[in-house]
Design a protein around this ligand. Structure first.
Ligand code: HEC
Length: 211
């Protein structure tokens, strides 16, 4: 039987709801000889067309942005917004304002204490001493520096403390026993850094006397 008549036979049979098998048989396996349903062909050729259009638009003409470009743009927007918030905060913040206004405001201090408890005590200790009591009159040093010893390694002005928390251990410094402070400004808005600074100032009245 020629190819053409076989195709006709298969089409006729499937219209009648009969099943036609092809002549060959391999390992006992035979193959149906039926025309594919129209809905299947429609989806198949439709997806071919879609692929072709998509390939031209996306890969050849570059109509849409790649995921990488979208992420880069979003990151840029976030960085710009962060920088703007920091600039706005720095414009109204100075040593005097931190001591006289921020560190005397109970709301700022309470907020700063809460943030400190949530983020900083693992390395600086609940009582800011950078030590933890392990019972029996013994204590263990934590990785951070004491924040109540009257020493401020990277500058003792309120704005120095703000900057250190915001930017972390300065580039070029080996840190403390090799451990460095991270740049919390990457994780927190500037207002929270200012609240943390206010809290630390309030805990060290000798270092930051009120006028
Ligand atoms: C993973 C441990 C770790 C955490 C958490 C941490 N710090 Fe530190 N911090 C350090 C280390 C280590 C140093 C010393 C850095 C150096 O010497 O360069 C330091 C230094 C500091 C200093 C300077 C102290 C001085 O005497 O000069 C301040 C202020 C400070 N941290 C505030 C904070 C605040 C506020 C937080 C919470 C938002 C915090 N730290 C969370 C490890 C930590």
């Amino acid at each position: 039987m020629s190819e053409e008549t076989e195709a006709h036979k298969a089409q006729y049979a499937s219209k009648k709801g009969e099943v036609v098998l092809r002549d060959h048989e391999y390992d006992g396996i035979q193959e149906y000889d039926q025309t594919l349903p129209n809905w299947w062909l429609f989806v198949f050729f439709g997806s071919l067309l879609f692929f072709f259009g998509y390939w031209i638009a996306y890969y050849q003409l570059g109509w849409s942005k790649t995921d990488g470009e979208k992420i880069d743009q979003a990151m840029e927007r976030i960085e710009t917004a962060k920088k703007k918030a920091l600039d706005e905060m720095l414009a109204k913040l100075d040593d005097r304002a931190l001591i006289e206004e921020w560190s005397t405001n109970p709301e700022h201090i309470a907020a700063g204490e809460e943030i400190f408890q949530a983020n900083c005590i693992a390395c600086h200790g609940q009582d800011l001493s950078a030590k933890i009591d392990i019972g029996g009159g013994q204590s263990v040093n934590l990785p951070g520096l004491s924040l109540t010893d009257g020493e401020w390694k990277y500058g003792s002005k309120p704005m120095d403390v703000f900057r250190l928390i915001n930017e972390g251990t300065p580039a070029g410094s080996d840190g403390h026993n090799g451990a460095k402070m991270e740049a919390w400004g990457q994780k927190m808005p500037p207002i929270q850094i200012a609240e943390l600074t206010a809290f630390l100032i309030s805990k060290n009245p000798k270092d930051f006397p009120q006028p």
